[in-house]
Design a protein. Structure first.
Length: 228
């Protein structure tokens, strides 16, 4: 088994707007990072960008949470144990939203894909990686949340259900793990411009929001600030 003295992070949705910036800042801070996303081309662009800038690029995991089976997550856990020997931060950032629509108007296949990405996939990934997280000590599972859709639930359909489920799952895990070395928290980064934001509000413009670098920095600060 290989091992590293540097903290190891795994970020899902790592080819997206927030995920890719989290990866950049985690690596800039001196940690190793595993970038997981279904967008393999986007992962490769992130890898090449960091390599060209002279930084250590992330390890890439092209995995689609929609179609991944429990065996896929178990295989990933085995690989991480072998290659890194630790996992300090698991950041569930991946999410899927096609469009705002009433609950009863959401196509069944879209419903299942959104829940698989935002809820079932994170559950399976956490279950597979929890032994490594607990072995590492002082580790965290972080669910990036979107509280707006919980406060104003109309038309969020499966996306809102997934967000509510993530909140409950984080609360349940925290209660079950108790005073164990692995902590669990949810972090709402607030609004930022992204493909998901455009799906919900097509008229949104980048200049209406904080720069993504600032948003990611706040998320990392909240993570490192510990569970409240």
């Amino acid at each position: 088994m290989n091992s590293t003295d540097r903290p190891v992070w795994l970020v899902t949705g790592a080819a997206g707007t927030l995920g890719s910036e989290l990866v950049r800042q985690v690596i800039a801070g001196g940690s190793d990072c595993i970038a997981l996303d279904r967008d393999e081309a986007g992962l490769n662009r992130l890898h090449d960008e960091l390599a060209k800038s002279g930084q250590k690029p992330p390890a890439l995991v092209p995995l689609d949470l929609i179609g991944a089976a429990p065996a896929d997550y178990d295989k990933l856990a085995e690989t991480m144990e072998s290659e890194f020997g630790r996992l300090d931060r698991l950041v569930h950032n991946a999410a899927m939203l096609v469009a705002l629509r009433p609950l009863v108007h959401q196509p069944a296949d879209e419903w299942m894909k959104v829940l698989q990405t935002g809820l079932t996939g994170p559950y399976l990934l956490t279950s597979a990686l929890l032994p490594l997280l607990r072995e590492t000590g002082d580790s965290q599972v972080i669910f990036v949340s979107d509280d707006h859709c919980l406060d104003k639930p109309a038309n969020w359909a499966a996306y809102g259900v997934a967000q509510a489920g993530r909140k409950w799952m984080a609360s349940a895990l925290s209660a079950e793990l108790g005073s164990a070395s692995t902590k669990v928290q949810t972090i709402d980064p607030g609004p930022f411009y992204s493909r998901l934001r455009s799906a919900a509000w097509p008229v949104a413009r980048p200049d209406e929001f904080d720069p993504i670098a600032s948003v990611a920095a706040r998320v990392i600060a909240d993570i490192e600030g510990g569970v409240k």
